[in-house]
Design a protein around this ligand. Sequence first.
Ligand code: ADE
Length: 256
Amino acid sequence: MRFDIVSLFPGFVAQLAAHGVVGRAGERGLLSINGWNPRDFAEGNYRRVDDRPCGGGPGMVMMVDPLRAAIHAARAADPAPARVVYLSPQGTRLTQAKVRELAALPRLVLLCGRYEGVDERLLQAEVDEELSIGDYVLSGGELAAAVLVDAVARLQDGALNDAESALQDSFEGDGLLDCPHYTRPVEHELGSVPEVLLSGNHAGIARWRRQQALGRTWLRRPDLLDEAGLSKADRTLLDAFRAQYAAAPRDAGEGG
Ligand code: ADE
C-alpha cells in the first residue's frame, strides 16, 4: 500500500511512521510513505502557502494552488487510483470499520492542514473524504495522519507477527473493549492475579475474559454495547457481572 502525505512537515509523519509495526511493514515492502511539501509547489520568492481569511478574523488559511499542485504531483507519482483524505476536527470520526475499509485500498493521499484551515474550494475539488481522529483540536493534521497510517498499516497482510495477529483476532471485530491482562508475579503487594487465570480451565478462562470484556464495555463505553449484537450467553454473563458489580465493584474487576 502506498501513502502520500501532503504536509508542511512531511518528514514529521514519515519519522513517526518509521518505528514499530509501521517501520517493519515498510522494511518488508508492504507499504511506502512519501512526503509532499506544498511549499515546494508555491510561487514567488517567499513561497507563500497561506493568506489572511477573507471576511477577516484571526489566523491564516492555506491557499488553493500550492496544495492543489502538491496533491496532483502525489497522484501522478503512481498510476494506482488514490483516495484523498483530509484530516480535520470537522471530519467524520475514524473508526476501526473505516480503518478496515481504507486498508483495502491501494493508495491513500493524506492532506494535513495547518493554521486556521484550508481554502474550502480546494477541499471541494480535491478531497474525497474528511476524517477526524476524535473530538479535540490538534494544531495540525500530522499527528492525526500518523495515527491513521499506524492503524491502516497494521492491517496489511504480513505486517503483524503471529502473536500480534492472534491477539488482534481475539477482539477486533466483536466491538467490545479488551479484557484485563496479568502476568507474573502471581502474588504482589498491589494484589493477586484472578484465580481463574491460574486454573488451567480453558473454557473457564475464556468465559471470564468474555465477561470482563462485556463488563468493561458496559461500564466505560455503553454506546458500543448497542452495536455489539450480544448473544443470549453474553447477556447472562453481563447480567452476572452487573449483579456482582452492584454488590462489590472491586470484586467485579473494576476499582470503585
Ligand atoms: N487536525 C486537528 N485536529 C484534528 C483531529 N481531531 N482529527 C484529525 N485532524 C485534526
